[in-house]
Design a protein around this ligand. Structure first.
Ligand SMILES: [Zn+2]
Length: 693
């Protein structure tokens, strides 16, 4: 699903020198780094843009939503290719999950007797858009509705929008709320939750041309933005409370397993919602009466927006089946010869809303080419020290379902031995490299970027630095505030595995529409597939480095410094609310953690330099435990599945830092905040102790 929450990127014009020579890489002895150089070069050489393009065509040839025969066919194709490449233990893993599909979606303006099309138009430049099996557009996990009611315009559909409507005397209760997808981004499930809480009869989500259409620039097929009938499908499930099959909170859905009723899950919306193009929404917006909308609410259509209600009622019917369907993850491995139980996990989801040009098939094509390159390396006699796990997830678009179920299934082994999870959802919608990760991995991700060429010349590090630079470190910006929205969630929030999420970004207005297609990528997003190849190379070099490292290059001094800045923020938030909280112990614990994190890496460097493998091993074993130490098994209030005490998603998918503490402070609950601060302090102490020298 992955829509990047764009951080404010500072643009710098100063170019830096390309630097492929690094004298030092964290985690590697000099000898080991020298040994890896030719392997790395070989991976980079083997990976070819034209192969990415060929794979991309296969995955985007037909719609392949989760649960469809086509997506199963593609699972078999992935498995067949991986076996051919030389991956080991390639298996299709079945998870029966609650996966409703749409049956009926109709919207008719009653008085004018005008039925809205609710369809996207085929365009001659993209022959795939003529496919007859693109399905009924819908919002997965929507409730059913059959209602006739006036419509109210609710802007972005956030709580402050409803507050403004109330001030203006516009009552939303019992009416149909019409919200626009909007920047700043908030997850559509949050819009649904808000509409549900405010008593709307249903929610329609439309793509305003000001957000992703002609107001932004050229529309597809001439440019990256959405044409007039494009609409954005997507889940509205409350997976910020619980991702994965709603029937199995915290355990895996397996054939013949134990299941709770889906309807009662904390992740299930009770409101109905559906997506709409601006071509259809326009017909409603033009019929709005009532106060004029504030200027910030005005979209890109050429008339004055009004708050409503609409002069004409809308008859809206949304119906979904309530079926359980099988989804299929594909998992393959290159077994580690020295440490088979230590895993480097690489994942991408395979299921798409329609063709999945960018989301996710750009990532899938990237992954296939990366896997092929590893297969070539294996053919030359190389074997990894640690196990590399390749995963093609299913039903990410629904509720991060495939990765969550597999993470729950393999929880014990992942907690014992996972070094990191490297996620690539959409690999290439443009040219801007972007990495989100836990702070411990930020330095590693920068090191890898220095090793991999960028299609524009120089290294990925160079172009990344040109586009984004952290004001503090003068280094490329790794987004460390991790919310949710892709398959890394189970690894970070449920299992305590260090995660990274990688992409090349660009202008992209066809997200989750039929125009997110092979042709969009081939013509607009990444002609020549150079950025697909660049991501495959980056991902491969990162995986190789982790699989072969002497000690895992996790920088907990950096993590602890970041957490100290979160403590500062949180203390300020508490003070503005006049909550008396004593942060002394938490700060002290974070400082010890910072000291121990720095000392651990110094010890490891010295130990590899003198060849003291037992000392290296001790530090490595400690580093492996730190992220896990940040989990608390009781989880967060009201959503115990989320166990990480530094990061969690807000309902908008935005990152919530120090989530348990922050939520207590935001609730003005001093007693709970005190308890949470103590719980956080214990986690920080555990993290520090894991790497006590
Ligand atoms: Zn995706």
């Amino acid at each position: 699903m992955r829509r990047t929450i764009l951080a404010i990127l500072l643009l710098f014009t100063t170019a830096t020198n390309a630097s492929f020579q690094t004298t030092f890489r964290e985690g590697l002895s000099r000898a080991n780094a020298a040994r890896l150089k030719p392997l790395q070069a070989r991976l980079i050489e083997t990976i070819r843009p034209e192969n990415c393009r060929r794979e991309h065509r296969i995955f985007t040839a037909k719609p392949h939503m989760a649960g469809t025969a086509r997506n199963y066919e593609l699972a078999e194709y992935v498995a067949k290719q991986w076996r051919e490449y030389g991956l080991e233990n390639v298996e299709l893993i079945e998870h029966p999950v609650y996966l409703p599909w749409p049956v009926r979606y109709e919207a008719t303006l009653v008085d004018s007797n005008e039925k809205l099309s609710l369809k996207e138009d085929p365009i001659p430049e993209d022959k795939d858009s003529y496919a007859s099996d693109v399905g009924i557009p819908y919002c997965a996990y929507s409730a059913d509705v059959d209602v006739t009611a006036p419509v109210v315009y609710v802007n972005s559909g956030n709580p402050e929008d409803y507050d403004l409507l109330a001030q203006q005397g516009v009552d939303v209760r019992g009416k149909i709320a019409l919200a626009r997808y909007s920047v700043p981004y908030s997850y559509r499930g949050y819009k649904a939750l808000t509409a549900q809480k405010r008593g709307a009869a249903a929610l329609l989500l439309y793509s305003d041309p000001a957000e992703d259409g002609f107001k932004k620039g050229e529309v597809f097929p001439w440019g990256p933005w959405g044409p007039e009938s494009h609409l954005q499908r997507g889940g509205i499930v409350y997976d910020f409370n619980l991702p994965g099959d709603p029937r199995t909170p915290g355990w895996a859905s397996v054939p013949g397993g134990r299941f709770l009723p889906a309807e009662t899950a904390v992740s299930m919306p009770t409101i109905a919602a559906a997506p709409m193009s601006y071509r259809d929404a326009r017909k409603i917006l033009e019929r709005m009466t009532g106060p004029t909308a504030p200027s910030a609410w005005q979209g890109g259509l050429p008339f004055q927006y009004r708050l409503g209600p609409s002069s004409d009622k809308l008859h809206l019917i949304i119906e979904n089946d309530k079926k359980v369907r099988s989804i299929w993850n594909v998992v393959g491995r290159l077994h580690g010869v020295e440490r088979p139980d230590e895993w480097v996990v690489l994942g991408n989801h395979r299921d798409a809303w329609v063709f999945g040009g960018v989301d996710p098939s750009s990532g899938t094509a990237t992954m296939m080419e990366m896997a092929r390159a590893f297969g070539e390396l294996k053919r030359s006699g190389w074997r990894p020290r640690r196990t590399i796990v390749f995963a093609s997830w299913d039903a990410e678009e629904f509720t991060l379902t495939g990765s969550t179920e597999w993470g729950e299934l393999e929880a014990a082994r992942l907690k014992a031995g996972a070094l990191a999870y490297l996620n690539v959802d959409s690999s290439s919608s443009g040219h801007s490299f972007s990495a989100a990760a836990v702070p411990a991995l930020a330095g590693f991700l920068r090191d890898v970027a220095r090793e991999v060429p960028d299609p524009s010349g120089g290294s990925i590090f160079d172009s990344w630095l040109r586009e984004s630079r952290s004001s503090q470190t003068k280094e490329p910006l790794v987004i460390t505030r991790l919310g949710s929205g892709s398959d890394y969630t189970v690894f970070l929030n449920f299992l305590g595995v260090p995660v990274a999420d990688l992409t090349f970004d660009g202008p992209y207005g066809v997200y989750h529409s039929i125009y997110d297609s092979f042709t969009w990528v081939d013509r607009v997003g990444d002609p020549g597939y150079y950025y697909h190849a660049a991501m495959a190379r980056y991902w491969a070099v990162a995986a190789l480095s982790l699989a072969e490292c002497d000690y895992v290059p996790l920088d907990y001094a950096a993590y602890a410094r970041e957490v100290q800045s979160y403590l500062d923020e949180t203390e300020r938030a508490a003070r503005t609310r006049n909550l008396q909280l004593d942060f002394t112990a938490a700060r002290a614990a974070a400082r010890v953690w910072e000291t121990n994190g720095g000392a651990a890496l110094r010890t490891a460097r010295a130990a590899v330099a003198r060849g003291d493998t037992r000392a290296v091993e001790r530090v490595h074993a400690g580093l492996m435990k730190v992220e896990r130490a940040l989990l608390d098994d009781a989880g967060l209030a009201g959503r115990p599945w989320f166990k990480h005490l530094i990061y969690a998603p807000r309902p908008t998918y935005k990152a919530l830092v120090l989530p348990a503490l922050t939520e207590a402070i935001e609730a003005n609950d001093a007693a709970r905040a005190t308890t949470e601060l103590a719980r956080l302090t214990r986690a920080l102490t555990r993290a520090a102790n894991a790497i006590q020298q």
